[in-house]
Design a protein around this ligand. Structure first.
Ligand SMILES: [Zn+2]
Length: 379
């Protein structure tokens, strides 16, 4: 069977694991391919085979079967490390390369390992990847959000692989606590109770930058997903809550935990840029262009614009231009950290509307500052 046909079956099987932006429509290229980029790993890492690492190898077999991925497309390797971690190499295309740190193997039961491997192979099967900085962190808050959606989808694919929500939750807890069972009572309900006060606290910068949603939310999302009709069907059970309802509940919890805060912050940044351009058009007498600023999708706060214009008006000729530039670059800087793509779309739209008007040169200047800030941030 051709990789495309195999992938179509996988997609159909795992479609219900999609969550918000982490969905199969956003996968631009079929991940399965007859490429051989995985082969050098066999020189540099320890391959997982039935003869060498039998228990782990057996888990790989079972997980592939449950995810409907041909075993030959998945390559497991052990990486010597005391850490409890695993990753799926996203720089290797065509076949999945899953690296398991050696500290993880004895720490987990086979069913817990299935949850880990399912999650990692999920990153290969549903490769919704945010843009990243050189050090691997998401390039902006927009990207971190994509990453969080993807991680929730991967936990679901993990659950399709482990088939046991208690085990899945326990694995997540174990990886975040890392104490032996003699020292820690791995009780999910007790953990959720102990963390409730933190969950109820307002979201902030750390939440917005995080690649993974916090653990209590991941546990809640898994517990809710396990009640869906989609998951019930996977494990051969009847009934369950409609998946769309389950997704809406989880999205609302995610909104309260972080996405709502991110949306408001992004709006604030865009409003800063919009108001700044608006104030500039007012001050320079380019009033006919004001509706174009508003129509670009850049929100404008008239009071904020008025305040800026008033401050600049109080300065002598040269100084006001500097003040405008400094205000603009401050707003652009936060927008680059938070929402570079949305801002870019707005500026593109604005460029069309400003073509041939007095604001065209001004906008080119704005886009140059924007591109400069992006290049500094991404360096
Ligand atoms: Zn992950």
């Amino acid at each position: 069977m051709k990789p495309q046909a195999i992938y179509a079956k996988i997609r159909q099987h795992l479609e219900g694991c999609s969550f918000l932006s982490a969905n199969f429509d956003n996968v631009t290229e079929v991940p399965l391919a007859e490429l051989e980029q995985h082969l050098p790993s066999y020189r540099y890492a320890v391959p997982v085979t039935a003869a060498t690492v039998p228990r782990l190898s057996g888990v790989f077999d079972e997980v592939c079967e449950r995810l409907k991925v041909p075993r030959a497309y998945v390559h497991g390797f052990v990486v010597p490390s005391p850490e409890v971690g695993a990753c799926c190499r996203h720089d290797i295309k065509g076949h999945a390369v899953v690296e398991v740190q050696s500290g993880l193997v004895p720490f987990f039961s086979s069913c817990e390992l299935a949850q880990v491997l399912g999650h990692e192979i999920g990153h290969f099967l549903l490769p919704v990847q945010p843009e990243r900085l050189a050090d691997g962190r998401p390039a902006s808050w927009e990207d971190a959000r994509i990453s969080r959606h993807a991680e929730l989808a991967m936990d679901r694919i993990g659950l399709v692989a482990s088939r046991d929500v208690e085990v899945a939750c326990r694995m997540l807890l174990k990886v975040s606590v890392r104490l032996p069972e003699t020292e820690y009572n791995y009780d999910v309900a007790a953990f959720l109770e102990a963390t409730a006060v933190g969950v109820a606290a307002p979201a902030g910068y750390i939440d917005a930058c995080a690649q993974h949603p916090h653990i209590p939310l991941r546990l809640r999302a898994l517990l809710l997903f396990a009640q869906s009709d989609y998951f019930h069907k996977i494990i051969g059970k009847k009934g369950g809550a409609p998946l769309a309802e389950v997704n809406a509940t989880i999205a609302a919890e995610l909104d309260a935990a972080v996405d709502g805060y991110v949306d408001a912050a992004i709006r604030e940044s865009l409003t800063g840029v919009g108001s700044c351009l608006y104030a500039h058009a007012v001050v320079t007498g380019a009033k006919p262009q004001l509706p174009a600023v508003v129509a670009s999708g850049l929100p404008v706060d008239p009071d904020q614009a008025k305040e800026m214009a008033k401050n600049w008006a109080a300065l002598p000729e040269d100084a006001w231009v500097d003040a405008y530039k400094s205000d603009l670059s401050a707003h652009l800087q936060t927008a680059v950290l938070r929402c570079p793509r949305t801002l870019n779309q707005c500026l593109e739209l604005l460029a069309e509307k400003f073509e041939g008007t007095g604001m065209e040169a001004k906008l080119i200047e704005v886009r140059e500052v924007f591109a400069h800030i992006v290049s500094i941030v991404n360096r």
